[in-house]
Write a protein that binds this ligand. Structure first.
Ligand SMILES: NC(=O)c1ccc[n+]([C@@H]2O[C@H](COP(=O)([O-])OP(=O)(O)OC[C@H]3O[C@@H](n4cnc5c(N)ncnc54)[C@H](OP(=O)(O)O)[C@@H]3O)[C@@H](O)[C@H]2O)c1
Length: 337
């Protein structure tokens, strides 16, 4: 089989190599991966900047992949050869609250990832692919999809009539727009590009703001509902956006902290959070139980993830990451395997 290996940090060090085909043991399945998608985290991981626990030598990157079952090991009951499947991001976080241990089971960071033609998974590390989705669409779901689901549905508790703010038009944010609409909310989406704002309106956003043209977007956002403020901010910007988010959210509202695209360290006025009873809550993807709840909703509503127009091959992974770093994409970038 062909796999992509990282042996030292840097996009220029990604190498496609041949490895012997693996075989599934008891309780395991062998998956022929057909597609993967990129997350911003994968870029950080390949560049060696994703914390002290990530592997940097002889590891296979990318967390999100989908394909079909090539073979099953002894005692496997969940799947049979030919079934289409998608991997769960945290292989060992099955349900309930996370633990230190199961948070160390992310694919393509601590564990080998899916940039590989074949990969063995425990049978509980996968879920059936919703029938209406292509493998590329299914591969968009594990990290970006589940993170947006956790933020908007489980932690953000979005209900009809809410106003939800999303930032930019990357993987997490485009899913957040779709899930917020599914929950009956009104969505205000930001982007640095007017062309992408048109696309995010087509995806369901009701209001749009160009954050490059309007860096102080909190006031126009609050004006949308007569000054009340948003119920939920899906915060992917981090240091560069948090202050505007705090000003845009309503008293008693929630900011789900997901990403730090514009910086990790920031000083802000804590009293603003305290006196307006703002809930600041971290989101870290989700469990298998949450993944399967999301898959049921996606299946029932025949929701299709937003995929970028450009598709890359396994050998083109450095170019795919460069495309992501340049911020030219909309939604998820697909890598065909
Ligand atoms: N906590 C978790 O479990 C979790 C899971 C997934 C991702 N994340 C994090 O969430 C963030 C987004 O990940 P992703 O994979 O969705 O990234 P992505 O697809 O690369 O999205 C990048 C987009 O974000 C927008 N952006 C960049 N700077 C911005 C700013 N200052 N204000 C508003 N938008 C901005 C840009 O959109 P426009 O081009 O439209 O301006 C850019 O295209 C990353 O920091 C990632 O590490 C965390």
């Amino acid at each position: 089989m062909r796999v992509v290996i990282v042996n030292e940090p840097g996009l220029e060090n990604l190498a496609v190599v041949e490895r012997p085909d693996p075989e599934p043991g008891p309780g395991e399945v062998l998956v022929r991966l057909r597609a993967a998608t990129l997350n911003y985290r994968d870029l950080l991981t390949v560049e060696g900047g994703y914390g002290s626990k990530q592997r940097t030598v002889d590891f296979i990157p990318l967390s999100d992949g989908a394909g079909d079952i090539a073979a099953v090991g002894e005692g496997v009951t969940r799947f049979k050869p030919g079934d289409r499947v998608v991997g769960n991001f945290f292989q060992e976080w099955l349900a309930g609250e996370p633990t230190q241990k199961n948070l160390q089971s992310g694919l393509g960071g601590v564990l080998d990832g899916v940039a590989s033609e074949l990969r063995v998974f425990p049978e509980y590390g996968l879920s059936p692919t919703p029938g209406h989705l292509t493998d590329a669409e299914a591969a968009a779901l594990p990290c970006a999809g589940l993170t947006a689901w956790s933020a908007v549905i489980d932690q953000g508790r979005t209900t009809p009539g809410d106003l939800v703010l999303t930032q930019g038009t990357g993987g997490v944010s485009t899913f957040a727009v779709q899930f917020a609409k599914l929950a009956g909310a009104t969505v205000v989406a930001t982007s640095s590009s007017n062309e992408k704002l048109e696309r995010v309106r087509a995806l369901g956003a009701d209001h749009t703001i160009n954050y490059a043209e309007t860096p102080e977007w909190a006031r126009p956002v609050r004006d949308i509902n007569g000054g009340r403020g948003v119920d939920l901010v899906v915060e992917v910007g981090g240091a560069g956006t948090l202050e505007q988010s705090i000003k845009a959210v309503r008293p008693g509202g929630t900011i789900c902290l997901i990403g730090v695209l514009s910086g990790a360290n920031h000083e802000f006025r804590l009293p603003l959070v305290v006196t307006r009873k703002i809930r600041l809550e971290g989101v870290t993807c989700g469990s298998l139980e949450q993944f399967e709840a999301m898959l049921r909703a996606i299946d029932q509503h025949k929701l299709r993830p937003a995929l970028d127009d450009r598709v890359f091959g396994l050998e083109e992974l450095p170019a795919a990451f460069a495309h992501m770093r340049d911020g030219r994409h909309f939604g998820k970038i697909v890598v065909e395997i």
